[in-house]
Design a protein around this ligand. Structure first.
Ligand code: NDP
Length: 253
């Protein structure tokens, strides 16, 4: 067991699968008590039971990040159950269709912005309020390499992830002198439900993408979670408002 997040209480949104579920394990192994938020109650229940079986502190809260009330409840649950909120990994997000911009349906745009941008804003509002009333804290938002450069046929997703970086910078700036750090990770292609769905619907896409990654492979969800864990830890105490790519060298090429 590591010490990186010892005694910290950390909320993870989108914890029911992929990067969020990996983060639950990584943060717990580093000593954190984790509160897992997502819409799929059954998946969260299984994860919490597995973590508890291993002796880790974990609890689940059903939460749709597009609903401010749900997010407030998740934050309140962290406080009630573990006494405070030290950190949050705002990871919930959706990918949507891969379609040329001019053919993209309005519902897809709305769903992506509702979750990835409004959801993120809801999380920041609720978490920062509680952290300011407590002893401060650290937040990591999950953007994407698509928050820094374009991903073809994913315009609304790219725009939403650029917006996540905008929210990260604005929040970091506003609360830097009040004990709250806010950073983002920008993962490259990571093996998860989002990407499995994209690849199933777009044959050849995975190989094309891998060919453009200097390390020649996609990320394991755990590799993104490790970066988030470090940014959430006190070892990153002088880092705020930054975006850390976790991309196998993709943006460097
Ligand atoms: P998954 O689909 O496995 O995970 C997405 C998570 O978000 C699920 O736990 C889902 O849970 C949750 N979620 C979706 N909508 C909502 C909502 N309205 N309220 C609460 N939770 C929600 O994919 P990933 O692990 O890949 O995605 C995690 C994050 O990583 C996303 O923000 C994604 O954009 C980002 N990312 C992923 C990359 C990749 O290549 N996989 C690359 C760059 C960034 P539930 O359905 O139970 O609510």
């Amino acid at each position: 067991m590591g010490e990186l997040l010892r005694d910290k209480v950390i909320l993870i949104t989108g914890a029911s699968s992929g990067i969020g579920a990996a983060a639950a394990y990584v943060f717990a192994r580093e000593g954190a008590s984790v509160v897992l938020a997502a819409r799929r109650e059954e998946k969260l229940g299984v994860l919490v039971a597995e973590l508890n079986d291993k002796g880790f502190e974990a609890s689940a809260v059903v939460c749709d990040v597009t609903r401010a009330e749900d997010v407030r409840r998740a934050v309140a649950q962290a406080k009630e159950r573990f006494g405070r909120l030290d950190g949050a990994f705002n990871n919930a997000g959706v990918g949507g269709d891969r379609t040329p911009l001019h053919e993209m349906r309005e519902e897809v745009y709305d769903a992506i912005f509702e979750t990835n941008v409004r959801g993120m804003w809801n999380c920041l509002r609720a978490e920062i309020g509680v952290m300011l009333a407590g002893e401060g804290g650290a937040i990591v938002n999950n953007s994407s390499v698509g928050g820094l450069v374009s991903i073809p046929t994913a315009a609304p997703y790219v725009a939403s992830k650029h917006a996540v970086i905008g929210l990260t910078r604005a929040a970091a700036d506003e609360y830097a002198d009040q004990g709250v750090r806010v950073n983002a990770v920008a993962p490259g292609l990571t093996r998860s439900e989002i990407t499995a769905d994209w690849f199933a619907r777009n044959p050849g896409l995975e190989e094309t993408i891998k060919a453009g990654i200097p390390q020649g492979r996609t990320a394991a969800p755990t590799e993104v979670a490790e970066a988030a864990a470090w940014l959430l830890s006190d070892r990153a105490s002088y880092i705020t408002g930054t975006v850390l790519p976790v991309d196998g060298g993709y943006l460097n090429r």
